[in-house]
Write a protein that binds this ligand. Structure first.
Ligand SMILES: NC(=O)c1ccc[n+]([C@@H]2O[C@H](COP(=O)([O-])OP(=O)(O)OC[C@H]3O[C@@H](n4cnc5c(N)ncnc54)[C@H](O)[C@@H]3O)[C@@H](O)[C@H]2O)c1
Length: 247
């Protein structure tokens, strides 16, 4: 694939880590961006055995931190071709809209929506300088359909889809593609923390495929979207959900 330098947020764990690993294995130089120092350094040490990567500590809710991380990536590898914006978390659970807190709302929107906007805002000028590129934003099935008792996360992830579509329209003629992926039921630390055995059982029984997916099954979709061979795909929100939203 043509991707040479990639920027992956949330690279210390789960889906971000799996995408970073797949990219390194295919010969890309990867900036592993995460706020988790220990996890990020560990992933860097592991992935360096198979290729080129650098861990950059960065909190995506801090716009200046994001600006520095993008600058460091370009300083280190000379350019930026692709970005997977995967850092995210679900926040307070089990509260209906009228019972939920403003603190949770602000935290969840700032991380899951403003964080993606902030990353794109600094990534795009570098990609345009490199002649174009491909951005994949991590939304969720919660960006395609509602989910009770999780309204801030659902609103943020719907926002990511809208942001993705708008950016795709703005930059299509400059060779920059922007897509979103919308996963569900991926086996990661986040989903394990979210699902007690009862919720897990319920989701498995309702899932058309009746199983959780490995993070690598999301990573392969990210790589597909990065690949220039799929250069006519932009502005899309692609569900990777074992058929969850097909009903
Ligand atoms: N696991 C699923 O089933 C699922 C489903 C739908 C969407 N998603 C989305 O996928 C993405 C990755 O989730 P995951 O399941 O791999 O979770 P995870 O908890 O395994 O990984 C999330 C990573 O993001 C990092 N992170 C969190 N806040 C950050 C911040 N402010 N700055 C920088 N890094 C930060 C964490 O340190 C962690 O390494 C998230 O955006 C999540 O909303 C996951």
């Amino acid at each position: 694939m043509a991707t040479r330098v990639a920027f992956v947020t949330g690279a210390a764990s789960g889906i971000g880590r799996a995408a970073a690993e797949a990219l390194v294995e295919r010969g890309c130089a990867v900036a592993l961006v995460d706020r988790d120092d220990e996890g990020g350094s560990r992933v860097e040490a592991e992935l360096r055995k198979s290729g080129e990567c650098i861990f950059i500590r960065c909190d995506v809710t801090d716009d200046e931190d994001v600006q520095r991380a993008v600058a460091r990536t370009v300083q280190t590898y000379g350019r930026l071709d692709s970005a997977f914006n995967a850092a995210g978390a679900d926040g307070e659970k089990g509260k209906a809209v009228a019972d939920s807190s403003i603190e949770n709302w602000n935290r969840v929107i700032t991380l899951n929506l403003t964080g993606v906007w902030s990353c794109m805002r600094h990534q795009i000028p570098e990609m345009l300088r490199a002649g174009g590129g491909s951005i994949v934003n991590c939304s969720s099935v919660a960006g395609l359909v509602g989910a009770p008792l999780l309204s801030a996360y659902v609103a943020a992830k719907h926002g990511v889809v809208g942001l993705t579509r708008s950016a795709a329209l703005e930059y299509g003629r400059q060779g920059l593609r922007v897509n979103a992926i919308c996963p569900a039921m991926i086996d990661t630390p986040m989903s394990r923390a979210f699902m007690d055995p009862e919720i897990s059982e319920m989701m498995l029984s309702e899932s058309p495929m009746g199983r959780f997916a490995a993070p690598s099954e999301v990573a392969s979709a990210v790589l597909w979207l990065f690949d220039d061979a799929n250069g006519f795909v932009t502005g899309q929100a692609i569900a990777i959900d074992g058929g969850w939203t097909a009903r």
